[in-house]
Design a protein around this ligand. Structure first.
Ligand SMILES: [Zn+2]
Length: 92
């Protein structure tokens, strides 16, 4: 059995408190030790690979970021990041 202990992602102190929700619904934490804010599961792996592919395909078909963010409930920043990454991986 794995016990998950919350700790600050910067200083690894466990002296943290809940500090509301981020815009994507993730729990945010405030560290009393270093005063920085942490998020649950930081990084871009919040969406599984297939989901990301699906969203990127939809973007290529419709080219409407606003529609996408509404349909899939992802943040525009996230999608933009994926698009940039993909363009970087597959140069013209
Ligand atoms: Zn800290």
């Amino acid at each position: 059995m794995v016990t998950f202990t919350l700790s600050c992602q910067y200083c690894h102190s466990q002296n943290i408190v809940r500090n509301g929700l981020a815009r994507n619904g993730k729990q945010r934490y405030l560290c009393h030790n270093c005063g920085r804010r942490s998020r649950e599961n930081p990084g871009s792996n919040a969406y599984p690979e297939e989901r990301r592919e699906e969203i990127l395909r939809a973007y290529e078909e419709r080219s409407s970021l606003r529609g996408l963010t509404r349909t899939f409930g992802v943040s525009r920043n996230t999608v933009t990041k994926w698009i940039k990454k993909r363009q970087h991986n597959c140069p013209r």
